[in-house]
Design a binder for this molecule. Sequence first.
Ligand SMILES: NC(=O)c1ccc[n+]([C@@H]2O[C@H](COP(=O)([O-])OP(=O)(O)OC[C@H]3O[C@@H](n4cnc5c(N)ncnc54)[C@H](O)[C@@H]3O)[C@@H](O)[C@H]2O)c1
Length: 253
Amino acid sequence: MVDQFQDKVVIVTGASAGIGRATALAFAVRGARVVVSDINEEKGRQVVQEIVANEGTAIFVKADVSREADVQHLVERAVEAFGGLHFAVNNAGIEGTPAPTGECSAENWARTLAVNLTGVWLCMKYQLPHLLAAGGGAIINVSSIAGLKGIAAMPAYTASKHGVVGLTKTAALDYATQNVRVNAICPAAIDTEMIQRFCGGDQQAMAGMHAMQPIGRMGTSEEVADAALFLCTDQARFLTGVILPVDGGVMAG
Ligand SMILES: NC(=O)c1ccc[n+]([C@@H]2O[C@H](COP(=O)([O-])OP(=O)(O)OC[C@H]3O[C@@H](n4cnc5c(N)ncnc54)[C@H](O)[C@@H]3O)[C@@H](O)[C@H]2O)c1
């Protein structure tokens, strides 16, 4: 049986590492043609090499999602290379600098919102016309449990991820009748470079990350990728505007 992702075209942003990398690899294994995008060109090209070495199809396009010209170029390049666009996982994000709300710098606020929220909007703005032209498709925006609850000392990150939730719901409504589904996933602590940076190499902090999740451990990038892929499948054809925690039970508490 031919996989439903066979030859379909997907853009994954922030795909040089962590959740984005795992998502790009998962789409490639299922036969999709993958546009690996990131600001980190060296690591992004390694992801492409890994895909090609496993007989998959991928290209790398460098793009900072906070820059409109970069995002426009990314989407144009994807369509030029592969003839269309069917799926997008808007995953690129930064944690910013932790500080209580009154101590968050204007620079940290602006950069975190620019990448995490404006970046997702810019991606959708340029992706949506091509999904419509293809007759339909699906977009997954990567929010966080910080899009569903407050996280102390992370005001900009939390605001940006709540913003992604609202933006996802609105986009879902805007395109619901046009066969374009827009959903968001909200990971809890996932063992990536972002979490390692956040914990600053402190083993006790890492242990705390494992312990805070009812399931008793952090998630893996592959587990988040599986959720993103599921929302793109035909089995999820009645799901749009869904904000899905991928969190080992955190939001159940
Ligand atoms: N790891 C977690 O615990 C966790 C939890 C909830 C949500 N998330 C979200 O998941 C997404 C991926 O996180 P991760 O843990 O894999 O992070 P990561 O830091 O391991 O990887 C993020 C990737 O995004 C890229 N990137 C950063 N800024 C960019 C920009 N302006 N334009 C394009 N690419 C950029 C980085 O170069 C990197 O390759 C983020 O949106 C993050 O907020 C992560």
